[in-house]
Ligand binder design. Structure first.
Ligand code: DAH
Length: 345
């Protein structure tokens, strides 16, 4: 009896060693047969009681070696079939096929315009100063020579923070002038780009949020002529070499004298068109000599130092440059509009 069962197990070991299942199904069949929950080895372990005592150990080891052989073979076959599947998939892959296109974004026209302005002023020594959008009343209005109840405040109504008459959303980047002057002594030569807010009805020409770039130069002996030269340089760089500028007297509380600057219309070559309302000129910024009171408010000796300042709306410049006739388009995030600026990167 014992010899018979030994022979049976040895045969089984040989079967396992010689087995050569190839398909997935055959391999699964092999697994069920030798390693499944009702595998053929299980009853053999039960047979151990029929083996004479001195050969029990040998028998146990023999049956175990069948089990190990089956496990090893199954693992090898499984690995083979999996890597073959990977190879097949790799062969099916067409490396010459065109890739899935990735949609490319574009820089926002306001960013493009802002960067262009920054670049123009950086070249002549202006550094960028950035400040907060939630501002203290003092920096936005009082320091800029617009004390409480001053009628000029009406021109720039804004949003106040809840429960505060002091904190507001800045109405202009001129507040950065005050912040910079409070923090450092002349010479000061900065441009301050950023977002500003006004309590205004949104229309094609005005919005409750927009962007400005402010400029400030304070040093000894700074004159109106210096300002005019720098602004002419800016107009030529921004709107073309042929550009001319003209300054019209105006009023701003923080500058004295104040002016508004027009640039010759680059759309019609100053011949007259819809954009320049047939005048040949388009208004692009406000400017002037910093009012001595503003210098004093910010701790700067107005007898020793003078300065000029200017401020412009970035949307306004972008509308002119790209011939956009509705300011709301900049804030709607309609990709059909924004995609058109890809080339302008
Ligand atoms: N802050 C002005 C505005 O928002 C623009 C401006 C005008 C800024 C003249 C200046 C300036 O620095 O000198 O309307």
């Amino acid at each position: 009896m014992s010899a018979e069962i030994f022979t049976k197990v040895k045969q089984m070991l040989e079967e396992v060693q010689n087995a050569a299942p190839t398909t997935k199904e055959q391999i699964e069949q092999f697994r069920i047969q030798y390693l499944g929950s009702k595998n053929v080895l299980k009853p053999l372990f039960g047979e151990i009681r029929n083996v004479e005592n001195e050969r029990k150990k040998e028998f146990g080891q023999l049956v175990n070696s069948v089990k190990i052989a089956a496990e090893t073979k199954f693992q090898t076959l499984k690995d083979q079939i999996e890597s073959a599947a990977d190879d097949a998939a790799a062969q099916e892959m067409d490396l010459t096929a065109p890739g899935t296109p990735m949609p490319l974004g574009a820089r926002h026209p306001i960013s493009i315009t802002m960067n262009r302005i920054i670049e123009i002023f950086s070249r002549i020594g202006f550094t960028v100063a950035e400040e907060r959008e939630i501002e203290d009343d003092w920096y936005n209005f009082t320091a800029m020579n617009t004390p409480e109840n001053h009628p000029a405040r009406d021109m720039q109504d804004t949003y106040y923070l809840k429960d505060s008459t002091q904190m507001l959303l800045r109405t202009h980047t001129s507040s950065v002038q005050a912040r910079t002057m409070m923090a450092q002594q002349p010479p000061i030569r900065i441009i301050a780009p950023g977002r500003v807010y006004r309590n205004e009805t949104v229309s094609a020409r005005s919005h409750c949020q927009f962007h400005q770039v402010e400029g400030l130069y304070v040093a000894e002996n700074v004159s109106f002529a210096d300002m005019k030269q720098v602004l002419l340089y800016f107009a030529k760089e921004m709107y073309g070499e042929k550009s001319k500028i003209r300054l019209r007297p105006s009023f701003f509380p923080f500058t004295e004298p104040s002016a508004e600057m027009d640039v010759s219309c680059f759309i019609c070559d100053a011949k007259g068109c819809k954009v320049c309302k047939h005048t040949g000129w388009v208004e692009i910024l406000g400017c002037g000599m910093v009012d001595p009171q503003v210098l004093e408010n910010c701790g700067i000796d107005s007898k020793r130092y003078t300065g000029y300042a200017f401020g412009m709306g970035i949307e306004r410049q972008a509308m002119l440059l790209y011939k956009v006739d509705d300011i709301r388009l900049f804030f709607e995030n309609d990709v059909r509009f924004l995609e058109q600026f890809k080339a302008a990167l």
